[in-house]
Write a protein that binds this ligand. Structure first.
Ligand code: MGD
Ligand code: MGD
Ligand code: SF4
Ligand code: MO
Length: 746
């Protein structure tokens, strides 16, 4: 782009060009925008037409940014509260010095008396914080226990682990010509003939490292869509096929596609012979999944299964984009294995218009990895759940989420004493299954620090110290898509103005780190920190990036042919066999099958028929909406006006049988809990399925306990059980439970 990043306007305002991330919200998608500031206030947010990815388009959440930034209930200075006042509105404002004077001695004392492992850092999904909560834990505080608390690490955990284990590559993403400045017109790019949207709805879930509107761009140019989703989404209505499957049965469907493609000899022999390991075993395994049998399991008609399989195999390039439905499934690792196998045997891996692959080492990831060196081997061995779940512990540098709840509840193998809540409001229906259990368990912590922009139910319940965060418009940063695991660009987040006395995640890491582990934090300030990341890999510093606006790394297709995936520089994939492991060489040592297989959801008409009599609807949850990022944005009136209530979707016939009308309040209930949602009737959902949103709380309801902003009223995760995870430790049934629905009076 190479444009000035700050421009003074004639009316006394100025405009800053930036790339968005968080807070509020977002995985690193980095849309380009121009922020106009006058008299210290954000007065205008516009899309930046010159940004190569977003090309001027913005979501409603960014358009409402000024409301968020200047919201009267936003917290803009540090606060403290006595431990006996947790759950009460008894806060007093303090300075950052006072906050450090409380936090630092407390950490030192805990480390001395109980070991650094008694401190746990909780973090949520891929906001900017996600780059820094590992270093915060490892290098600022010095604990091995960094916890992403979602049962089964059910967001990207299964997808990233299976990619590591059977491809040895960075994140597989559909090719949307993202690295080319001229995008789809670049001669190296080929338009995908088909894109399979598998359990992903990228227009709604736009800020997910992939820019959803790219799909529309490609559809306009002729790409056709296949949707695999129990709901007929907007994209579904424009698809060639919708496989409206029973939630959670996806692995059976993927195995049936493989069955058709292999048995009809439609696969890419050259790719299979040269680059795949264990094809014969896979061929034998898929014989168990005939289209007839799988039609019964999945509710997808046999003929549809056969036709879709043929399309995937016979139209090159076809890209498959997998979404959260792969992860929120205890059978998700097997599903990921089957989907990657589909991409591989049809010859769609790392070809133009197919499935792009990142290099195994993340761009700008070295420093983050190096912060682990602050933790001794002995301390690292104490990481919660690492011994019990080696497949998870090898792939991810965190604790095991479900074991962490068990540890909080039992004090075994040791007692956790301090929580640092960095980017998760997880007693809301977000990063927790059975949040009521987490809520009780977290009460055992002796000292808690929460960083956030607003008072949340989690902060109200637990914080002793509250540290306020600046939004992405108020601090410097770098946004890098897919965290550098297959980036299409990195962009500068430019501080445009200041609100209150807030500090960003990296500022907090550096300040705390300098006090506790100064040798790990030899940076002068934030721009110096970024320059030291950028210089060795890209030869530019932070100011150069600001000037550039966006840096697009060069993309090379067919990396496996050119020796670009393996550290030894040999052709092949970075796996044990050097090939795509259709049959895994690792899983048996960890107690699982080497090949993908279908397993029924833990609660279903087949696994628990008696419970299903009582709870006769399949419950899927959490499909994204435009107006919020998880539990965020509920207090932003423009957005709340669009989505005023938590909604569940029911088929009109199902609703009629239950005496439920559009707009009625209903109870959704199962053997684990109950919650209240407003009914929306739509023929776009399968009649035997109900969908309920996640992440609801009500900033307008009483803050103090027991209400905690009404956090328990519409908390769908009370219906999702803890520790119903796959054999390798991944995946939980957030999108495949059972429930009943009944009308309530109010
Ligand atoms: N606006 C907004 N965007 C977001 C987020 C947000 O909160 N708000 N969150 C971000 C995060 S953390 C994530 S992980 C991504 C998630 O975003 P996506 O990967 O797109 O996932 P979802 O929106 O949860 O669900 C996608 C689709 O899966 C379907 N589905 C439900 N159950 C099943 C099933 O069993 N099988 C199949 N095949 N499909 C199923 C749903 O009906 C839905 O249409 O979005 C990110 N983007
Ligand atoms: N039932 C059901 N539950 C689900 C899902 C589902 O599909 N169904 N999806 C799950 C998924 S995939 C995910 S990833 C989780 C998400 O769960 P989380 O990521 O834990 O999301 P939140 O609970 O909204 O908490 C995030 C908090 O971080 C704050 N925050 C925002 N930006 C920043 C930042 O840059 N730095 C810091 N330090 N804080 C910030 C926000 O204000 C907010 O209070 O929810 C999960 N929960
Ligand atoms: S995805 Fe939407 S909310 Fe996120 S930065 Fe882009 S426009 Fe803003
Ligand atoms: Mo997520």
């Amino acid at each position: 782009m190479n444009k000035e990043w700050k421009h003074d306007n004639e009316d006394g305002s100025y405009t800053v060009r930036t790339c968005g991330w968080s807070p509020p919200g977002d995985h690193p998608v980095g849309c380009g925008m121009k922020l106009t500031v006058k008299g210290g206030k954000l007065v205008k947010v516009e899309g930046d037409a010159e940004h190569p990815i977003s090309q001027g388009r913005l979501c409603v959440r960014c358009l409402a940014l000024a409301e968020y930034v200047h919201h009267p209930t936003r917290i803009i200075s540090p606060m403290k509260r006595s431990i006996e006042d947790r759950g009460k509105e008894k806060w007093s404002k303090i300075s950052w010095e006072e906050a450090w004077d409380i936090i630092v001695p407390k950490i030192l004392q805990l480390k001395k008396d109980h070991g650094a492992e008694s401190i746990v850092v909780f973090g949520g999904t891929g906001r900017e914080a996600c780059l820094y909560y590992y270093p915060l834990g490892f290098a600022s505080i010095g604990t091995p226990n960094v916890c992403y608390p979602l049962s089964g690490w059910s967001c990207y955990g299964p997808r990233c682990a299976i990619t590591d284990y059977i491809l040895g590559a960075g994140y597989p993403e559909i090719d949307f010509a993202g690295t080319f400045p001229d995008r789809y017109d670049n001669p190296a790019f080929t338009l995908p003939k088909y894109i399979v949207e598998w359990g992903k709805n990228p227009l709604m879930s736009n800020p997910d490292g992939f820019y959803g509107h790219s799909l529309i761009d490609m559809m306009k140019r002729g790409t056709k869509i296949i949707s695999i989703d129990p709901r007929i989404t907007w994209l579904g209505t424009r698809s060639e096929y919708v496989c409206q499957l029973r939630p959670g049965t996806d692995t059976a469907l993927a195995m049936a596609f493989l069955n058709v493609i292999i048995n009809e000899d439609l696969y890419d022999h050259e790719f299979v012979d040269k680059w795949c390991y264990g094809f014969d075993e896979l061929k034998e395994r898929v014989q168990e999944y005939s289209p007839e049998k799988v039609a019964e399991i999945t509710w997808v008609p046999k003929q549809t299964i056969i036709e879709v399989a043929r399309i995937i195999a016979m139209n090159k390039p076809t890209a498959i984009q997998w979404g959260l439905a792969v992860d929120e499934n205890p059978n998700g690792v097997q599903l990921g294995h089957a989907i990657l196998s589909l991409g591989a045997i049809t010859g769609n891996l790392d070809v133009p218009g197919g499935i792009t692959l990142g290099a195994p080492a993340a761009l700008l990831g070295k420093w983050r990895m190096d912060t682990r060196s602050n933790i001794s081997e002995e301390l690292w061995d104490k990481r919660i759940g690492a011994k019990e779940w080696p497949a998870l512990a090898n792939a991810l540098a965190t604790t095991h989420p479900d074991e962490t709840l068990d540890t909080l509840e039992t004090g075994k193998p040791y007692k956790l004493r301090m929580g640092w809540f960095n980017s998760s409001n997880f007693i809301t229906a977000t990063c927790s299954a059975q949040p009521d259990r987490w809520y009780r368990a977290l009460k055992s912590l002796e000292f808690n620090v929460v960083q956030d922009c607003f008072m949340t139910p989690t902060a109200m319940a637990f914080a002793d110290i509250f540290l306020p965060l600046p939004t992405f418009a108020e601090h410097d940063g770098i946004v890098i898509t897919h965290f550098g695991r297959n980036p299409v660009f990195l962009g500068a987040m430019n501080k445009a103005f200041t609100v209150g006395d807030c500090k960003s995640d990296i500022e907090v890491c550096i300040e705390l780190g300098k006090k506790l582990h100064p040798d790990m934090w030899e940076f002068d300030d934030v721009p110096d920190f970024f320059s030291k990341q950028l210089k060795p890999e890209l030869g530019i510093d932070f100011n150069d990036l600001r000037e550039l606006g966006v840096y697009q790394p060069k993309y090379t297709y067919g990396k496996h042919e050119k020796g670009l995936l393996r550290p030894d520089g040999e052709p092949g994939f970075n796996t044990v066999t050097g090939m795509v492991e259709l049959t895994s060489t690792l899983f048996e040592t960890w107690g699982d099958d080497a090949l993908p297989y279908y397993k029924e959801p833990p609660y279903s008409p087949v696994s628990t028929p008696e419970l299903f009599n009582e709870y006769p609807l399949i419950l899927t949850t959490g499909a994204r909406t435009f107006t919020s990022f998880h539990s965020e944005h509920r207090q932003i009136s423009t957005l709340r006006e669009i989505t005023p209530d938590p909604v569940c979707e029911l088929h009109p016939e199902t609703a009629q049988n239950l005496g439920i009308n559009e707009g009625d309040w209903v109870d959704l209930e199962n053997m684990f809990g109950k919650c209240k949602m407003k009914a929306h009737l739509t023929p776009c959902i399968h009649p035997r399925v109900v969908h309920a949103v996640h992440g609801w709380w009500f900033p307008e309801k009483p803050a103090e306990e027991p209400s905690l902003y009404g956090v328990w009223d519409s908390n769908i995760n009370k219906l999702v059980p803890h520790k119903h995870i796959g054999k390798l430790g991944f995946g939980a049934p957030f999108k495949q439970m059972i429930c009943k629905a009944s009308r309530r009076e109010a």
